[in-house]
Design a binder for this molecule. Structure first.
Ligand code: CO
Length: 218
């Protein structure tokens, strides 16, 4: 089916159903968006932001990339964060990684996939940061899970360090950063307890969450 008629057909059924449930839905959304959340997640097709938190179009602003990374020089991600925080005034930034992440696995296994390997250098940095821990952790499943979790903590820290979030907090803006991990096996999201808001001690919260992750594997 070269023209993807199946997707076009799905869309028309969906649009009809939504309009039947709320005749003003599309008219209201066409005028403005007012999402309360910014989602930074993995591109993985199984971790669809709107679907797994059961939100409708207009409710969540989304940025996704492989391994849900927030890189300080990534103009794309920074622009999304800046627009979400400064213009849309979202109240929550959620970094949601997931267990079973192919990007994390490729990093752990040192697989070569091409250009993507360079992007995943940022995940290698996380391994290097916790080298002593990973050196003695031999259980492959645990290594995989823990790297997924530690990578999320790292991205939360990166968001908190941006001038965008720092400036918003110094202006007293109501804004929280969260770190979550999603399980592909049961569809459940786990909070990594790394929620940081204005006035909170980032370092302390990040450290407690990190220590919890590191200790759970023993
Ligand atoms: Co992934």
């Amino acid at each position: 089916m070269s023209k993807l008629q199946n997707l076009i057909d799905n869309n028309s059924v969906w649009a009809e159903r939504i309009a039947k449930e709320d005749p003003d839905f599309f008219t209201k959304l066409a005028e403005q968006q007012n999402p309360e959340y910014l989602w930074i997640g993995c591109s993985d097709s199984r971790v669809s932001a709107d679907a797994i938190v059961d939100l409708m179009p207009g409710e969540i602003f989304v940025h996704r990339n492989i391994a849900n990374l927030v890189v300080h020089t990534d103009l794309n991600c920074l622009s999304v964060i800046q627009y979400a925080v400064d213009v849309l005034k979202v109240k929550h930034i959620i970094v949601c990684g997931h267990y079973g992440c192919g990007g994390i696995k490729a990093t752990l296994d040192n697989d070569r996939h091409g250009l993507i390997d360079n992007w995943l250098c940022h995940v290698h940095d996380v391994i290097r940061k916790y080298k002593n821990y990973f050196d003695i952790l031999t259980d492959d499943r645990k290594r995989f899970e823990k790297l997924c979790e530690l990578n999320i903590i790292e991205q939360v820290a990166n968001i908190c360090q941006t001038t965008i979030v720092g400036d918003a907090w110094s202006k007293g803006q109501d804004l929280y950063v969260h770190g979550w991990v999603y399980s592909l096996e049961d569809g459940i999201i786990h909070d990594l307890d790394v929620t940081i808001g204005e006035g909170d001690s980032h370092q302390e919260i990040l450290q407690i969450a990190t220590e919890k992750i590191l200790s759970e594997s023993n």
